[in-house]
Design a binder for this molecule. Structure first.
Ligand code: CP
Length: 311
């Protein structure tokens, strides 16, 4: 593996999940693999889990870590041929090459603007770093994908499942702000690659891109969709068709104890309590969101290990 920008960069997903679970049992077994190697984490947006878990994962592999909140530095230009006499002070062509001299691996977080579908779909920030950096790139959540989260989710589901082919339902839940599609997109792609009984439920108007969902069943009846679920993955996203819009915040779609029954409840966090998921679920044994967040470290660690082995 030479980069990790999509879940499909993993050659053998099932094997990688098992390797991550083995790493969790013995996290320091490769503690010198990253000696004298540096990971630079570039954040265009906020983070709690991604930032700390990726740093922790790198340090367990013996790597040095440098973190840059890129909005605190020079305003980057991404377009070719721009006359840079306005707000942007440095072109990504120079920035990516310069950072590559300080880093052996660069990880990037850059959310979509949710205003221009084509611009977000172009993944111009992530792809500019892929084009101009001279070291491997890791996606820490881009405009359309969050593969580190999806690998984490696959690890968590594998650990949690008590039957061979669990029923996994991705459900939309309400949220006051317009949120990206990245987590849901990568989760869908990952579930499609695993041996699970997978479906999606969301209100009308909130269907994800058909390029992502493909043949995955989509129901607009949450109650029906959640029947007999083993694992309920809760996430909000803004409308894809009416791009980036919050069409409504129907509280009837909030996840409650009554709806979840005996299923395990997952969410990538952060979660707005009593808007997305009610307290009774998050405070119950059904909630595995803390275990899920812990697995962010082992997902990052197996990805960094694989990249280090291919440097
Ligand atoms: N789930 C997730 O990516 O969390 P952060 O945004 O806090 O990194």
């Amino acid at each position: 593996m030479k980069k990790f920008t999509t879940i499909h960069d993993i050659e053998n997903l099932s094997k990688t999940i098992q390797e991550a679970i083995a790493l969790k049992a013995n996290p320091f077994q490769y503690d010198t693999l990253g000696k004298h190697k540096t990971l630079v984490l570039l954040f265009f947006n906020s983070s709690l889990r991604t930032r700390l878990s990726t740093e922790k994962a790198a340090k367990k592999l013996g790597m040095d870590v440098m973190i840059l909140n890129i909005n605190n530095t020079w305003n980057l230009e991404f377009k070719d041929g721009t006359i840079m006499n306005l707000q942007t002070a440095e072109h990504v062509k120079e920035a990516a090459q310069v950072i590559s001299q300080y880093a052996d691996i660069i990880a990037v977080r850059a959310f979509p603007n949710l205003k221009n579908k084509e611009e977000d779909a172009s993944e111009y920030v992530l792809k500019s770093f892929m084009k101009y950096a001279t070291v491997p790139i890791v996606n820490m959540e881009s405009a359309t994908a969050h593969p580190l989260q999806a690998l984490t989710d696959a690890i968590t589901i594998t650990e949690t499942a008590t039957k061979k082919r669990p029923k996994v339902v991705l459900t939309w839940a309400p949220h006051p702000k317009a949120l990206p599609h990245a987590v849901a997109n990568s989760f869908v792609k990952t579930m499609q690659a695993l041996d699970v009984d997978f479906s999606i439920t969301n209100p009308e108007g909130y269907d994800l891109s058909l390029d992502i969902t493909k043949n995955t069943p989509i129901s607009h009846d949450q109650e029906e969709a959640l029947k007999n679920a083993d694992i309920v993955y809760v996430k909000n996203w803004s409308s894809y068709n009416q791009y980036g819009q919050v069409l409504h915040q129907d509280p009837n779609w909030m996840i409650t104890q009554e709806k979840i029954g005996s299923a395990s409840c997952m969410h990538c966090l952060p979660v707005r309590r009593n808007v997305v998921i009610e307290d009774a679920v998050l405070d119950s044994e059904n909630s595995i969101v803390i275990q899920q967040a812990n697995n962010r470290t082992f997902a990052a660690q197996i990805v960094l290990k694989t990249l280090l082995e291919h440097l």
